[in-house]
Ligand binder design. Structure first.
Ligand code: SF4
Length: 484
């Protein structure tokens, strides 16, 4: 029987030991972090059941659910990347989900500091392609958040750009019928066209909203149309994960504080967010819940949500990802005017400080992005950001300085930023962020592994400490070289 085989590379098929900070290891260069440590210590692969992945990347689970709806359960398999050969004989096509397959996304390229090193996410994707080409003879399709990187490359046969649920199954049928088109652009589905997952997801991730209405100019426009998933469907997915042993529910949204928000000024719907967490925590088997992203403006607009959600979930220190992007009100006004709402662009630096202080009070550890090299950025703009970063040094947070990649409404404007185009102020900003981060990583790994085997705790903390010192030393040398 012919089947559609879905899979992803190692960097997407790991739970990172349920420690979100370990996710950064996928952006680290293979030349610095030995593969044995990556594979065994920080990012062990999910377990396999007869060649199937027991837990899978959430996007892959959504594709699986849509394909099962269209072709039937027996036609689709979510294969464990280590056991692809189990399915070699009856594979009609292989579908891969990709996030940053070439390691050129903003986070990874900023980690590599433009040095041409190979990040793990690229290595693992290339390894997977090699295995597929060696063991299975069928066409390879790639989709997901990083599919755009493969459009001009000769690495896979077909690339699907956009959200899968609406047009995806029809496109897969066309490909199976012999269509040779390389790139397909998929239209976004309505909430009712998004089927619930039918297999458990990695880290118990469940989507609660898709898209973001703040519409920052540099952000991928496909994220702009916000759709909230009905609470019944969210709970259905949480229950499914819990049945498969996921004790934690990780709620995904671009901004959890905008769940079911109707306000044009982005005032959070407190009752809806609190009710969501309350209902999730009532699900049998769920012991804790967290979220992937929140906005800093939302935290300041409704700090009681953070307080209440912490009380409901009873969580200790845990991560969340908000965006700072810049300390310059001028750039906020120019490129992301909705980001500080319901506050003004002028208030942005104070909002950032206050939000991080609130999050820390309730033991939320924000991993914040900052963007370097936005078109038209001046020395004064970078100095504004440096001043903000210096003020944040007293808080617990990770500061990720990312290089600007032309996306969204700015796709045709400006060049991709690289370390080669960095000014002395940029270099200082990068250094300040990493000095802060490396201290945070050293302390964070000890805290984050508190429930783990003591030996693992000691080894990973030592490794991170030694590695952090080494990275800082190399960074100092590299920045000195750039500045001279
Ligand atoms: S707030 Fe974040 S997710 Fe939303 S548009 Fe801006 S950058 Fe994108």
């Amino acid at each position: 029987m012919e089947r559609i085989i879905l899979t992803a590379d190692h960097s997407l098929m790991t739970e990172f030991r349920n420690i979100s900070l370990f996710g950064f290891f996928s952006c680290s260069p293979v030349q610095y972090v030995p593969e044995l440590f990556y594979d065994r210590l920080f990012a062990p692969l999910v377990p396999a059941d007869n060649g199937n992945a027991r837990y899978a990347q959430y996007g892959l689970r959504k594709v699986e659910a849509s394909l099962i709806k269209a072709f039937g359960r027996k036609s689709v398999v979510v294969a464990h990347p280590r056991y692809l050969s189990y399915f070699a004989d009856d594979a009609s096509i292989i579908g891969l989900t990709v996030m940053d397959p070439l390691g050129i996304g903003p986070v990874t390229s900023s980690f590599a500091f433009g040095t041409g090193l190979t990040p793990y996410n690229r290595k693992k994707f290339m390894d997977l392609l090699k295995t597929i080409r060696k063991k299975i003879r069928c066409r390879v399709i790639a989709g997901g958040g990083g599919a755009w990187q493969l459009v001009d490359k000769d690495l896979v046969d077909h690339v699907l750009v956009g959200e899968f649920e609406k047009d995806g199954p029809e496109v897969i049928k066309d490909i199976m019928d012999g269509c040779n088109r390389k790139v397909f652009k998929l239209e976004p589905p309505e909430p009712e066209e998004i089927p619930p997952i039918v297999g458990p997801s990695i880290n118990g991730l469940v989507e609660v909203s898709r898209g973001c209405p703040r519409k920052c100019n540099f952000c991928d426009p496909t994220t702009h149309r916000k759709r909230d998933i009905p609470i019944e469907q969210i709970l259905k997915e949480v229950r499914l994960n819990a049945r498969y042993g996921q004790k934690s529910a990780w709620l995904h949204a671009e901004d959890i504080l905008l769940y079911r928000c109707e306000s044009k000024n982005f005032e959070p719907n407190k009752d809806a967010v609190i009710e969501l967490f309350k209902e999730v925590m009532k699900v049998k088997g769920v012991k804790s819940a967290g979220t992937t992203h929140c906005s800093l403006a939302g935290v300041v607009a409704a700090p009681e949500i953070i307080e209440k959600v912490t009380e409901i979930t009873g969580k200790g220190w845990h991560g969340v990802q908000p965006g700072i992007e810049t300390g310059s009100p001028k750039l906020i006004k120019k490129y992301m005017k909705n980001k500080p709402k319901p506050f003004s662009a002028e208030e942005w630096p104070e909002i950032v400080e206050e939000a991080i202080s609130i999050l820390n009070r309730y033991k939320w550890l924000p991993a914040c992005t900052l963007i370097l090299g936005l078109p038209g950025e001046t020395e004064d703009d970078v100095l504004d950001t440096i001043r903000l970063v210096e003020r944040l040094d007293r808080f617990h947070c990770v500061l990720a300085p990312l290089f600007y990649v032309p996306l969204g409404a700015l796709r045709t404007k400006g060049k991709m930023f690289s370390i080669k185009s960095a000014s002395p102020e940029h270099l200082r900003l990068i250094y300040e962020c990493w000095k802060h981060n490396l201290r945070e990583f050293s302390q964070g790994v000890w805290k984050g592994t508190s429930e783990m085997n003591p030996l693992f705790r000691i080894i990973s903390s030592l490794l991170v400490k030694i590695g952090s010192r080494e990275i800082l030393r190399r960074l100092e040398k590299y920045l000195e070289k750039c500045a001279s």
